[in-house]
Write a protein of this length. Structure first.
Length: 412
């Protein structure tokens, strides 16, 4: 995706402090992070999902409450936007200890790129499709790789969870990452709130007088604050794919010297390739196999589910692809930016060629999302079918399998 192609379809984000961030290339093929106001295909998928949402009535009563004024104890950390929430939270925690790593480098070193389609695990009653590793894995992998000691905790008691947060934040003067549910985050537009319990934010301060916390959310354009009541609510949000139990994580210590970057880059690339192409045929839902598996399944949706249900499943897939956790195309672009930066850091110039190739694959994922949205919202002259989508997924799956096999061979 080129910089001038980054969509700016402002709709649900109007008046909000949240925005999408996209990695796109300039005329010379260099990656940059570019702010986006939204994308029409994603908005159209969201509209269909909201029509059939069981939380529609509750959402209609919501108001967006955004507070950027904060006075109280605050750690010296500036806000930085990022394309993906967990990358952003990790970056904040690392920066506090003087470790400056770009978002693509964090994502690439943690081998975050993946694909899985799980029809036996549901979100909002529909199969889960993920284009990255599961929430929490990035933090564990990157800190282990760098030799950083960390702690992750969960709690049965909400009060105990909040006291533990205050202890680490105020007594130990340490920023804290929290995994939260999105449905009750007050500064999100109501249309963007759904029961996804995998959003990452970083808590860097507290006002004891007002009982408000200072939050760095990489999806926001600036610092925001949240009340103690709201923070406790989102830390123990019901629903979602798994219980949150007030999950929080933080860094305890960092090594005096980081490992050799070239060694880490090569190791992480090999691991990413292994995740994408190592699965045997009897595990059809993961890696490049999973893309082929989704291709086969999507051909049958309209016949087995009926037109309405098939469209809802397609809308869910677009949201997973383009909204929830950055999405498939977005993660391919982040990985392309990682390979480009890795080429500079290691001197392995051939990685630039692979950066170009994964960017082209990301463009195919964007094309898939666009065509899927046209099926949802048919217009005159547009005759895309589920078979067309399945054919495109087949091409993407084959390209990703070839890409990661050849990349693995190149860095062996």
């Amino acid at each position: 995706m080129k910089i001038e192609e980054v969509p700016q379809d402002l709709k649900y984000c109007e008046g909000a402090v949240v925005r999408d961030q996209n990695y796109a290339v300039d005329e010379e093929g260099r990656y940059h992070m570019v702010k986006s106001d939204g994308w029409a295909p994603k908005n159209e998928a969201l509209e269909l999902a909201l029509e059939d949402d069981k939380d529609k009535e509750e959402r209609s009563r919501m108001t967006m409450r955004t507070s950027t004024d904060f006075q109280g104890f605050e750690l010296p950390l500036t806000h930085q936007a990022s394309a993906h929430c967990e990358n952003g939270a990790i970056s904040t925690l690392l920066r506090y200890y003087g470790i400056e790593l770009s978002e693509p480098m964090i994502f690439g070193l943690a081998s975050g790129l993946f694909f899985v389609h799980l029809p036996f695990i549901k979100m909002s009653g529909m199969p889960v499709t993920a284009f990255r590793t599961f929430p929490g894995v990035l933090f564990k992998r990157i800190t282990k790789l760098l030799g950083i000691k960390t702690t992750t905790s969960r709690y049965l008691s909400q009060e105990r969870a909040m006291k533990a947060l205050d202890h680490v934040l105020i007594d130990q003067k340490t920023p804290v990452g929290c995994v939260v549910g999105m449905f009750d985050l007050p500064y999100l537009p109501p249309e963007y709130r759904f029961r996804f319990n995998g959003h990452n934010i970083c808590i860097i301060g507290k006002d004891e007088k007002t009982n408000r916390y200072c939050v760095l959310d990489s999806n926001a354009t600036q610092k925001v604050s949240i009340s103690r009541e709201d923070l406790m609510k989102v830390r123990f949000a019901p629903g979602g794919t798994y219980p949150l139990l007030g999950q929080m994580y933080w860094i305890k210590s960092v090594p005096e010297q980081l490992p050799d970057m070239k060694t880490l880059v090569l190791k992480s690339i090999r691991k990413t390739c292994w995740y994408m192409v190592s699965q045997p045929d009897f595990i059809p839902w993961a890696g490049a196999n999973g893309i082929m598996y989704l291709s086969r399944r999507i051909r049958t949706w309209e016949k087995t589910m009926g037109a309405r249900r098939a469209k809802l499943n397609l809308a869910q897939l677009i949201r997973m692809l383009e909204e929830i956790g950055t999405g498939g195309a977005g993660f391919r672009f982040i990985y392309g930016a990682f390979l480009q930066e890795a080429a500079e850091k290691t001197g392995l110039s051939f990685l630039n060629d692979y950066s170009i190739r994964i960017t082209e694959i990301g463009d195919l994922w964007r094309d898939f999302a666009y065509k899927a949205s046209r099926i949802i919202k048919k217009r005159a002259g547009e005759n895309y079918t589920y078979d067309d989508l399945a054919d495109l997924l087949q091409v993407i799956g084959e390209k990703e399998k070839t890409f990661f096999r050849e990349l693995a061979e190149a860095v062996r």
